[in-house]
Design a protein around this ligand. Structure first.
Ligand code: PLP
Length: 398
């Protein structure tokens, strides 16, 4: 039995053994290239197309609207750069101040090449307001990209309203649903989105495989050129085993969505209640209601500077969680840009601890965590800074 407690599912999730079972033949004897015409190729092609249908089902899309990529990051790049190239003009992208680096850095790249970029503000709970989007839409926008759920604070954005408003202005709408996929219901038609990014490793699938939903009517230019796979939108021999794993993971997430959402929300609420009871100085980040079911971000007032030592103490006690303050080990100690955008001061924005629960977490683990946490907090407060190696557990903006 693995005695460690893994509460960092927003960073990545363990592969579901049922997914591994589906993938196994494609890592061994079933090795054909889906573009080959012979039996081996046809078997691989059928597996890829089955997975495409499974991923499509998760978000209410048509299978041909799914393009497999090598990551959520690549799906985001393809959406933004592909739309900019297809439009044949520098254009104007409206996004939010709290997007993942996969969006912010792609916007920076396009911005340096002439695209106008507008970053919408968020409120104190991390919500993008429709009024600020409405205001931005007055000035010749070509694409709006707002994440479905935030990776740092877990806030779920009002995508249906934002996308509906965007469509009324005849503008394309993309959502980065990498954190939301498989965790909350997503239906591309109900949400009115044109483009939507997913990543398999956030929903108990394998790493290194993502997907971009591209509405049938939308024209994108490829950003990777070659043999014309994925209907010319993403050349490269398909990662068949990874894609099969993504399909299986999407199917399981879809089937278990309702029961898992309720179970994880219950565990999260229990932790939140206990936190408030044990630590009167604790405060929660993100939206109280519109949040990912297994996601809880909090700070301990007055102890923000001990966060690195708290992470180390938790890690040493067998608990894996993340800090929202560190973008990477070398950025350690910097305030989270997401929290700054939400209006927190630099001190509070340094103190975020992120717990993100997943499919294999149990009530017993939650109880053990609640026993370990006060000991770790006490230890972190006592141990002199110089005696404790800084925690390496970093969010890296995941
Ligand atoms: N978008 C969001 C919101 C994420 O949280 C992440 C990963 O942390 C990504 C995009 C990138 O996904 P991937 O790790 O598949 O490149």
């Amino acid at each position: 039995m693995n005695s460690r407690i893994y509460f960092d599912h927003s960073a990545t999730t363990p592969l579901d053994p049922r997914v591994l079972d589906e993938m196994a033949p494609f890592l061994g004897g079933v090795f054909g290239n889906p573009s080959s015409q012979h039996h081996e190729g046809r078997v691989a092609r059928e597996a890829v197309e089955r997975a495409r249908a499974q991923v499509a089902m998760l978000i209410g899309a048509e299978p041909e609207e799914i393009t497999f990529t090598a990551s959520g990051t690549e799906a985001d790049n393809l959406a933004l750069i592909g739309a900019a190239c297809a439009s044949g003009q520098p254009g104007h992208i409206v996004t939010s101040a709290i997007e993942h680096a996969a969006i912010l850095e792609t916007c920076r790249f396009l911005g340096e090449r002439g695209t106008k970029i507008t970053h919408l503000p968020v409120d104190a709970e991390g919500i993008v307001r429709t009024e600020s989007l409405l205001h931005a839409l007055q000035s010749n926008v070509t694409l709006v990209s707002i994440m479905a759920a935030n990776n740092v604070v877990g806030t779920i954005e009002p995508i249906e309203e934002l996308a509906h408003l965007t469509k009324l202005h005849g503008v394309l709408f993309h959502t980065d649903a990498v954190q939301a996929g498989g965790k909350i219901p997503l239906d591309v038609n109900r949400l009115h989105v044109d483009l939507l990014s997913l990543s398999a490793h956030k929903l108990h699938g394998p790493k290194g495989v993502g997907a971009l939903y591209v509405r049938n009517s939308v024209k994108l230019s490829p950003i990777i050129f070659g043999g014309g796979q994925e209907r010319g939108l993403r050349s490269a021999t398909e990662n068949v085993a990874g894609i099969v794993g993504f399909g299986a993971a999407a199917q399981i997430a879809h089937q278990e969505l309702e029961s898992e959402t309720a179970r994880l929300a219950r565990l999260r609420e229990h932790i939140a209640r206990e936190l408030a009871r044990q630590f009167p100085n604790s405060y929660l980040f993100g939206h109280a209601v519109h949040r990912l079911p297994g996601h809880l971000s909090f700070g301990l007032r007055g102890q923000e500077r001990e966060l690195g030592r708290l992470l180390s103490a938790l890690d040493a006690a067998g608990v894996a969680v993340s800090a929202g303050s560190a973008c990477s080990a070398h950025h350690s100690g910097e305030p989270s840009p997401v929290l700054l955008a939400m209006g927190y001061d630099a001190e509070s924005a340094r103190g975020l601890l992120r717990l993100s629960l997943g499919r294999f977490n149990t009530e017993q683990e939650v109880e053990r965590f609640l026993e370990i946490l006060p000991q770790a907090v006490a230890l972190a407060a006592r141990v002199p800074r110089s005696l404790y190696a800084p925690a390496r557990t970093a969010v890296v903006g995941q």
